[in-house]
Design a protein around this ligand. Structure first.
Ligand code: NAD
Length: 464
């Protein structure tokens, strides 16, 4: 398995300049070139499924099936989609007919922005780096990729494979930590996509402001689950718990906490515990092959501290082994709104349950806080689902399932306000990295109709 080497800081401006020269050569204008690069990206993944599984197992103790489902297959699907649709997406669009304008043949051209920077976090290193890259390639950009230093095996593998499969001038990987990323951020990118936490997003936005570089941010936050007593209890508990333990809770759209009517809390707790027992066959999850680890001891310590300080009642799990980066799947009930577990995004396998009076109180609770990246409602009652959808704001909202909307074909993935700005996956990634350039071609005779725009501005012209 490759070892991670950080990119020498002095090389970073050269990498940018070479990618820029590659972009200016004009080769990305060819749709055939873009399709070939997309195909190559697909082969990069399909030829190396096992090395990616191994690297993610080394970095996150990630079960290979989770890697296949959430990191690799979604990217392969997106490559196929972009390959099939890139001609259509790139086609110049005529403006709708309008009597005043049709003679000037207004159109919208879809042009690449230039050299784009994609910065990804540790939790889904392939999906969050290569997923947006698909849009960047399809839209005709050059791209520099900055993987997370917290997944060294996966980042090393990507740095090794990208130049072997993709055009080595236009698609580049820069590896490193804060010093390398700070150098990267000094450069005048044509677009930056940053996926990660809100604190670093502010650093990225400030750096981008120096060059007026547009930025899309894909951030996180506390994604709530509202559970209503009409829900299909067993299925709901299974889906919620599975979404909380996948990748050991390190998912931006993982259920962060549950809001449930007080009288229904204990029934829900029992169903959640049953789901856990089935997932890990009543065993200790620390010995299970189906359970990932926290990315680093420091991250595990942060989660443990949240748990140590809770005033809620731990009803399942609670064990932690910081050296092993292990936090047991944990359910905490009777959690208050000012509890440690409600103070920040958990990003780990702890599920606090906050009892409320009813759905109205749950909606008010959500609305008093930052707009989350995802919001979930588990209910069979159509009126309740509609009420939640209609009276809240979040990046995405789903009824009766968690996480699935991220992979759903044809819908955007993105946040709102503190959970992010901009959208990706599918055509939305293409649009993010595309400049929509308005064009006109105005024949001379148009002035016979629209001559009033020229001075002198006489009353006669005005009345006409
Ligand atoms: P991370 O620590 O891996 O950091 C993300 C990237 O930021 C890395 O490439 C890292 O090198 C860079 N970085 C870190 N500190 C920096 C600094 N001071 N200056 C410049 N760059 C710096 O991952 P993270 O931020 O802890 O990721 C977890 C967060 O990301 C969670 O909040 C999660 O919800 C969010 N997230 C959002 C999405 C989404 O699509 N909306 C997806 C995954 C994760």
């Amino acid at each position: 398995m490759s070892t991670l080497t950080y990119t020498p800081i002095d090389d970073i401006p050269k990498i940018f300049a070479e990618a820029k020269a590659g972009f200016r050569s004009g080769k990305t204008k060819s749709i055939e070139y873009r399709k070939e690069q997309l195909l190559q990206l697909g082969y990069l993944l399909l030829d190396n499924l096992q090395p990616f599984r191994d690297a993610l197992y080394a970095d996150l103790h990630r079960p290979p099936i989770e890697t296949d489902l959430f990191d690799l297959s979604v990217v392969v699907q997106d490559v196929k989609n972009a390959y099939d649709h890139v001609e259509k997406w790139t086609r110049t669009e005529k403006a709708p007919f309008h009597f005043n304008w049709f003679a000037m043949k207004p159109t919208t051209r879809k042009e690449p922005k230039g050299v784009v920077l994609i910065i990804a976090p540790f939790n889904y290193p392939v999906f969050l780096l290569f997923g947006p890259l698909i849009g960047a390639i399809a839209a005709g950009n050059a791209a520099v990729l900055k993987p997370s230093e917290l997944t060294p095996k996966t980042s090393a593998l990507m740095a090794e494979l990208v130049p072997r499969y993709l055009d080595p001038q236009l698609y580049r990987v820069v590896n490193g930590g804060i010093p390398e990323t700070s150098k990267v951020l000094e450069l005048p990118w044509d677009h930056i996509l940053y996926t990660g936490n809100g604190r670093v997003a502010k650093i990225i936005l400030q750096a981008a402001a120096k060059h007026l570089t547009p930025v899309s941010t894909e951030l996180g936050g506390k994604s709530p689950v509202i559970v209503d007593e009409t829900c299909d209890l067993k299925t709901s508990a299974r889906r919620i718990m599975a979404s909380k333990v996948a990748n050991s809770g390190q998912i931006c759209v993982a259920p962060d906490y549950i809001l449930v009517p007080r009288h229904f809390q204990d029934k829900l707790v029992e169903a959640l515990k049953d789901a856990l027992d089935i997932f890990f066959s009543n065993d200790d999850p620390s010995t299970s092959d189906s359970y990932a680890r926290i990315v680093s001891p420091q991250h595990a310590q942060r989660i443990k501290r949240l748990l140590d300080e809770t005033r809620g009642e731990i009803v399942a799990g609670g064990q932690a082994d910081i050296e092993q980066r292990y936090i047991a799947p944990t359910i905490v009930k009777n959690v208050l709104s000012d509890d440690s577990l409600m103070s920040e995004e958990i990003f780990g396998p702890i599920l606090p349950i906050v009892p409320v009076a009813d759905i109205d109180e749950a909606i008010a609770f959500v609305n008093e806080r930052d707009h989350p990246l995802a919001l979930y409602i588990f209910s069979k009652d159509e009126k309740v689902k509609k009420k939640v959808f209609d009276n809240t704001q979040s990046g995405g909202v789903s009824a009766n399932d968690c996480l699935m909307h991220v992979g759903a074909y044809g819908v955007p993935f993105g946040g709102i306000g503190p959970s992010g700005s901009g959208y990706h996956t599918g055509k939305y990634s293409f649009d993010m990295f595309t400049h929509f350039r308005a064009t006109l071609d105005s024949p001379s005779w148009v002035d016979k109709l629209l001559g009033g725009r020229f001075p002198p501005y006489t009353d006669k012209k005005f009345k006409a």
